[in-house]
Design a protein around this ligand. Sequence first.
Ligand code: 0PR
Length: 413
Amino acid sequence: MIDPFLSSILPRFFTHIIFFNYHVLSLAMVSVDSQKRQKIFNELLRFQQRDFCFSSGHILGSMCTVPHPIAREAYIQFLETNLGDPELCPGTKKIESRFVAFISKLLYAPKNSIGQIVSGGTEGNITAMWIAKQLSGKKEILLPQSAHFSFQKITSLMDLKLIELPLTKEYVIDVTQLKKNITKKTAAIIGLAGSTELGAIDPIPQLSDICSDEQIFLHIDAAFGGFVIPFLKKLQYNVPDFDFRLKGVSTISVDSHKMGYSVIPLGTLMIRNKNWLESISVESPYISCEKQAGILGTRSGAPVAAAYAVARYLGNEGYKNMVKSCMEVTKYTQKNITELGLDLVMEPAMNVLGVKLCKPGLIVKKLSDKGWRVNKVKRLSCIRLVMMPQITKEIIDEFIPVLKKTCKEVGEL
Ligand code: 0PR
């Protein structure tokens, strides 16, 4: 008869021995191949050195950032996890639930809601449209002209038709035009909580009223703004409501690899009613769960662990301070740019600035040659600057003279 304590500890003991041997074995393989390894890493490094890197501070147009150090560490720790087979990784699955609970609280999601982890804004938007199509059986999507190009992908993928609506002079969806375009075929309406081009926020409370009166699915693309607007509110900025407290909001997509300060790729699609996920679920006979929802099968738990680690580390107070400092740098940049004699497309609603130029493409190229990356927005004849957490006032002090010189070279100033 084995002692109950021993019987509980022995399997763990043997597991550790097996793991230990496995690691010794793989370490041995690494040391045998160290020369080969070195050669490969030298090759990788040669390519990597051609990349622009966020830590240089010279990427001013991107919506991504140097991940928070805690995210980097957690990501590496969870490299081998697969949330596509949840019973294999019950611990990582638990982390996912906790992370979704954090997002759910951030967005005031109701009790019966559910969060679907996605790879980012594109998958979040596509998944939301998939649900809207399944629930409504209709095919027309009404969206502002400023919506992200990921929506274009649904037209051929899902045989949906997009109806693009004009913007007001504040660069947000024209609600009068929207109302005129609602028909019996309308499957969903899209609202932007932070447009890609300018960070503009659509009048989501009005969209919510319309959608709840007309019983239309309302998806909010908060890929960028989801980690900004809640904290702008706490900082007393005057920004519209966008979350589930508005009863017409059906889904919201939020990216952690943008202002969530975490590692690519991670987004969350929050869904008001967990039953809606059924409409995009299939039976999954070979894996540990009976049904799988959404687009992906095998998916890494690493970005989830990373995003959760950042959320735990920063908490709401940390994110609020991060947004506060991004907004201070935004104001500082705005002041410097207007002092140069350049105009902004609109007063920044968040940490995104559109700088009006006659030849934005040429400016982007010339800045790139000088080692600075900004993005061109052809439609609005401007360049986009995004004041992500790694951008400081010192970096802006370095950038402004370069921008001035470049603008003079091409006759913009
Ligand atoms: N929705 C909005 C409002 C977005 O701004 C974006 C991406 C998406 C959806 C799609 O998100 P994913 O690209 O994560 O699928 N906006 C950025 C843009 O197009 C994406 C980006 C980020 C581009 C960093 C370049 C870059 O360096 O500008």
